[in-house]
Design a protein around this ligand. Structure first.
Ligand code: AMP
Ligand code: MG
Length: 398
């Protein structure tokens, strides 16, 4: 049986990539670039002043001291009408192009004007002071964003700056979810004897939407191979199909067989961790399939740990695995015996850094415990107890 780490490796290896397509740059936030972005301009497009003051030749003011003759002025958006010669200076505004000849700007606060005679007192003045050279931020023809870069707000602004309004990005995978089980009824139905409501599909829809993915619900399949197979066929149109239930070792656990009969290739079945050991993962020509164990907490944990990793990998993310962070235990926690446990937990930020404690948990069906949790605490196999104060790894939930 695979460990969590091994299973995550396998998921990333088999996840594949969505086919890149161009999208409007303001719709591309959160997506990953598939092609490099090249600047079509120098930025700034001209050498510009970074302060309101006077454009000078630094050599004319040894030690920043001296008096120069004002020969004009230049505002932002204007162009200087003459160069600055020896013994001269030109009044300049922030963002305005530097006049030829000048190589530094002295801020207005370090000057005193007597008509056109300007006295300077600018200790530390040197060529380049308060000046931004042309092309300092961006050079025309240079790659400003590499493939694999995730586009945040700064990157979207940068795309606008360089006129690259239709970047090529990996689209988000589209999902489908199918619940299985003879005992499962829709949430609007009052369950009869032996029945329970389908909470898993709603949980998966919410997990997907919260993370920004489109998802369709395929309803509930009976524990009969024909019914499961028909509904799986519909689900294979999605990039990633997610099933709940029917993957354990029970007699009515028909999902793995139904999947392989529709041409889905099993990649692994079972991972050495809790809650979610019977997890099934497979792929077909166009997409991926996860068979999640039916227990509601398993669904949540498996989605957070495995499905999201696959979705990020397909979406081109460079680090698709779950990002666990260190946090200190506020109370002792018993060690895991034979399987790593992902336990619902409360992560808090104290002045001394993040702390974590388990939330009470009545097992894999306990969504109420999950609703008090904002993280999963990873409990490794090993010591019989992890003492209060120990540093553990935690997966924050969005
Ligand atoms: P299974 O993986 O099919 O053996 O189901 C494991 C447990 O999860 C059983 O107690 C099921 O009743 C429960 N379960 C299965 N599917 C769902 C569902 N869609 N919503 C809520 N609970 C479910
Ligand atoms: Mg079942």
């Amino acid at each position: 049986m695979l460990s969590i780490e091994e299973a995550l490796d396998v998921v990333v290896e088999h996840a594949g990539r969505q086919t890149p397509s161009p999208v409007e740059h303001t719709d591309a936030v959160g997506r990953v670039l598939a092609k490099p972005v090249v600047s079509d301009i120098d930025s700034p497009p001209f050498t510009k002043a970074l302060m309101d003051g006077f454009a000078v030749r630094a050599a004319d003011l040894p030690g920043g001291e001296g008096t120069l003759r004002r020969v004009g002025q230049v505002a932002a958006g204007a162009t200087p009408d003459r160069p600055v010669g020896e013994g001269e200076c030109m009044q300049i505004m922030t963002g305005a192009p530097m006049p030829e000849g000048a190589n530094a700007v002295v801020m207005i606060e370090q000057t005193e004007a007597q008509e056109d005679q300007i006295r300077f007192s600018a200790p530390g003045l040197k060529p380049g002071t308060a000046v931004m050279p042309r092309g300092r931020e961006l050079e025309k023809g240079a790659v400003v964003l590499e493939p694999g870069h995730r586009l945040g707000p700064a990157e979207v602004g940068l795309l606008a700056t360089v006129g690259h309004t239709l970047p090529s990005v990996y689209p988000r995978p589209r999902l489908a979810v199918l619940a299985t089980g003879d005992e499962i009824v829709p949430p609007r139905t009052l369950p009869g004897p032996g029945q329970i409501r389908n909470s898993n599909a709603s949980t998966v829809v919410a997990l997907a939407r919260e993370a920004g993915y489109d998802i369709v619900e395929l309803g509930i399949a009976r524990d009969e191979e024909a019914d499961i197979t028909t509904k799986i066929r519909q689900g294979l149109a999605a990039d990633v199909l997610i099933l709940s239930g029917g993957v354990s070792a029970g007699k009515r656990d028909l999902v793995p067989r139904a999947l392989t009969s529709t041409g889905v290739q099993e990649v692994f079945h079972k991972v050495r961790f809790k809650p979610g050991k019977p997890l099934w993962f497979g792929k077909h020509d166009r997409g991926l399939v996860f068979g999640l164990p039916g227990n509601p907490v398993s669904v949540l944990v498996c989605f957070e740990v495995f499905v999201k990793t696959a979705l990020r990998a397909r979406g081109g993310h460079r680090s698709p695995r779950p990002a666990l962070i260190p946090a200190r235990l506020t109370a002792p926690v018993p060690g895991a015996k034979d399987r790593v446990v992902y336990h619902p937990a409360k992560l808090e930020w104290s002045a001394a850094g993040p702390t974590v404690q388990r939330v009470d948990w009545f097992g894999s069906a306990d969504l109420r415990a999950m609703s008090a949790a904002n993280a999963l605490l990873e409990i490794p196999i090993g010591p019989p107890e992890h003492p209060a104060g120990a540093t553990m790894k935690v997966l924050p939930l969005t």
